[in-house]
Design a protein around this ligand. Structure first.
Ligand code: ZN
Length: 241
């Protein structure tokens, strides 16, 4: 089967629509969202509603948590906190309730899925380096764990310790190895590539393909400005940072 993993949509409807249009052209059996449906972007309701009926699992991200429970905003920078407060005002009661009901992690087709880190899903740790990833392998039993959260895609291969770290768009996995995979962000890439991203996992071929899609960045940026959100949130979409 071929599975699509989306993460960190962040209320960016033009990016999400481009990803969903691309998915429709491929043979994909099912999809999940690893959290951060909202926060930063100008279309939180639409992003929740586009995904809700289509995904097998939708997990809680730290920005979803922040709109549900503003008491955690003390941990956010000013722009992120402003966006979270704005998003909370915009969300329909139904969509707010949907986000509030998201689980922190799940088991899906024999893989672990979680927004930030398997060791402590609610602590929102960032898995960036091989050192960050090394200890995480002790905290899940499955051969594969998929996370989002950093918006910087990478594949860590493990065999008693980290053997490799790759940023290649297509990675051929091995059955006798374990993997921790950070999937790209749909709505706010931070790896220098401003295109929207998602991951395709083929569980028979054991491949992990990072897909990147051009989308109307100016439309997303303009909507952020028109909503009165901080300008940096629009600017960073153009740089992918
Ligand atoms: Zn995020």
């Amino acid at each position: 089967m071929r599975h699509a993993l989306l993460s960190d949509v962040h209320g960016n409807l033009p990016a999400l629509e481009a990803v969903l249009a691309d998915l429709a052209t491929r043979r994909i059996d099912d999809l999940v969202c690893l959290g951060d449906f909202v926060g930063y972007g100008a279309d939180p309701n639409e992003c929740v509603e586009r995904l809700e009926g289509r995904i097998e699992w939708g997990l809680l991200g730290n920005h979803d948590q922040a709109v549900v429970d503003p008491s955690v905003l003390a941990d956010f920078n000013d722009d992120a906190a402003a966006a979270a407060r704005w998003t909370r005002q915009q969300l329909s009661p139904r969509n707010l309730a949907y986000l509030a009901a998201r689980p922190l992690f799940a088991r899906w087709h024999g893989a672990r899925i979680v927004h930030a880190s398997p060791s402590d899903p609610g602590a929102w740790n960032y898995l960036i380096s091989a050192e960050d990833a090394e200890q995480e392998f002790e905290w899940f039993d499955e051969p594969l764990c998929f996370v989002g959260h950093t918006h910087m895609p990478v594949v860590f291969q493990w065999s008693g310790g980290i053997e490799s770290e790759t940023h290649e768009p297509v990675v051929q996995g091995r059955r006798d190895r374990r993997y921790l995979i950070v999937v790209p962000s749909v709505g706010q890439p931070r790896d220098g590539d401003p295109r929207a991203g998602y991951l395709v996992w083929d569980d028979e071929a054991m491949t992990f393909e990072q897909v990147r899609i051009e989308y109307d960045i100016e439309s997303a940026a303009r909507r952020i400005i028109d909503a009165g959100l901080p300008h940096w949130l629009a600017d960073r979409l153009r740089f992918g940072s």
